[in-house]
Design a protein around this ligand. Structure first.
Ligand code: ADP
Length: 434
């Protein structure tokens, strides 16, 4: 398949990631079309794009999630491709299919792959077949509480019930003993059914103090796959990441090489293309287990860009043009130095309640509360931390509360500095019982 050159790309997103894609397009000499809701008329993605089209009212369901409006905007402006960013329609297989049917290239994996990765117990079974370690649990969807009881007795409590089509940390239930399982199974099914398209749930061993570690992948449309190291994302509250870094202080070189080798094969076998993230949990003994694939670019992709020197968003566009990884990448992937990202959220630093203003404000209350991402690089982890502390102390945001004071306390913590933390770490910084 000969590669093409896109002339114009529509960005089906808003805020930070829309601006990020516009930057990559400018670097590649590609024209951009922004779409925006009525609440975003004065947003920077609208200002920096070459063209902008209003696609509906503030409510996402009637604008950023409205497939017919977005496709109409793409057809009116004559774009070659659509970049979906993260969130919104980025992992919507139907959207990818509609783009294809409209002769517009979707910058992401193909619809079948998105669909398969979106069914989490299927992705789990697939990865297991190919030698990627997974947590012990159900082979597929859990059909009854009895089956759950039988499996949990084998796996050992605690276990976790998870929604097959889940996302955003919803639809999960931790089960500490057999007495709780039947009612939690029904609750999990009910929540999954109302929050997602399907009530299906599956069961997995629960890890009490895990680290969240994810591997960045790039795959071209010719069967080549590269693994761009990992990111440590254990500093999170209610599954919302607050600070990410690369590499992880907990992953050894041997472990990185081992996981990268099995992933390279698994991703190629899946027919996966474009960028993606494979998420793992690390147990208390330091072993990594696959949990899910995110078939899109992630918020925290810049830390990987800093340590590898690879522009992930530009790579996504060039992969979608049909170019090979050997044309796109400067040479073998190597990790150099250390990078940290802080998500600057507009929120109360103690309670995490979103901090909003309504009149004369440019942070619309309709979407998430991310206002900025601050990324630092250092020759080692200590230098990256120091630079982040310095940069945060000089970061001035007026008129709203932000997450900055919380991030300053995290960075000053001796355990954080020693690389000694897991997903429970944040609790010590929150009010209430620890
Ligand atoms: P989602 O797609 O909803 O984000 P994930 O499978 O990625 O769901 O899990 C989200 C988070 O939930 C993980 O980062 C981790 O903190 C926690 N979690 C998920 N599975 C387990 C497990 N088996 N043991 C312990 N924690 C888990």
């Amino acid at each position: 398949m000969p590669s093409v050159r896109f002339k114009k790309i529509l960005i089906a997103n808003r805020g930070e990631i829309a601006v990020r894609v516009i930057c990559a397009c400018k670097d590649l000499g590609i024209q951009t079309v922004a779409v925006y809701s009525e609440a975003d008329r004065y947003s920077s993605h609208v200002r920096f794009a070459d063209q902008a089209i209003c696609i509906g009212p503030a409510k996402s369901a009637r604008s950023y999630l409205d497939i017919p409006s977005i496709i109409s905007a793409a057809e009116i402006t004559g774009v070659d491709a659509i970049h979906p960013g993260y969130g919104f329609l980025s992992e919507n297989a139907t959207f990818a299919e509609v783009c294809e049917a409209s002769q517009i290239k979707f910058i992401g994996p193909g619809p079948e792959v998105i669909r398969m990765m979106g069914v989490k117990e299927r992705a789990r079974a697939f990865m297991r077949e190919l030698g990627v370690p997974i947590l012990p649990g159900s082979p597929g969807v859990l059909t009854s509480p009895e089956e759950g009881l039988e499996l949990a007795a084998k796996v050992g409590y605690p276990v976790i019930l998870k929604a097959s089509a889940g996302g955003g940390g919803r639809g999960m239930r931790i089960v500490n003993g057999p007495g709780e399982l039947p009612s939690l199974f029904l609750q999990a099914q009910h929540e999954a059914g109302s929050a997602f398209s399907s009530p299906d749930v599956y069961l997995e061993k629960y890890i009490g103090a895990p680290r969240h570690i994810e591997f960045q992948i790039l795959a071209d449309e010719h069967g080549n796959v590269e693994i761009l190291g990992e990111r440590e994302c254990s500093v999170q509250r209610r599954h919302q990441k607050l600070l990410e870094e690369s590499p992880s202080p907990a992953v050894t070189d041997a472990q990185r090489a081992e996981i990268s080798a099995v992933l390279r094969n698994a991703i190629a076998q899946a027919g996966y293309t474009n960028a993606g993230t494979v998420e793992f949990l690390m147990d208390e003994a330091g072993k990594l287990y696959f949990i899910e694939v995110n078939a899109r670019v992630q918020v925290e992709h810049p830390v990987t860009e800093f340590v590898t020197g690879i522009d992930i968003v530009k790579s996504q566009i060039r992969i979608a043009q049909g170019e090979t990884l050997s044309e796109i990448l400067p040479g073998p992937v190597e990790l150099r130095g250390h990078s940290i990202e802080c998500r600057i959220n507009a929120e109360n630093p103690e309670t995490f309640v979103p901090s909003r203003a309504y009149t004369d404000c440019v942070i619309p209350p309709f979407y998430d509360s991310l206002v900025a991402k601050l990324i630092t690089y250092g020759s080692d982890r200590a230098e990256a931390i120091q630079r982040m502390q310095r940069a945060l102390s000089m970061f001035i945001v007026e008129g709203i509360h932000t997450s900055i004071p919380m991030q300053q306390r995290i960075l000053a913590d001796p355990d954080f500095q020693a690389g000694n933390f897991d997903t429970n770490f944040i609790k010590r910084f929150l009010p209430g019982p620890k």
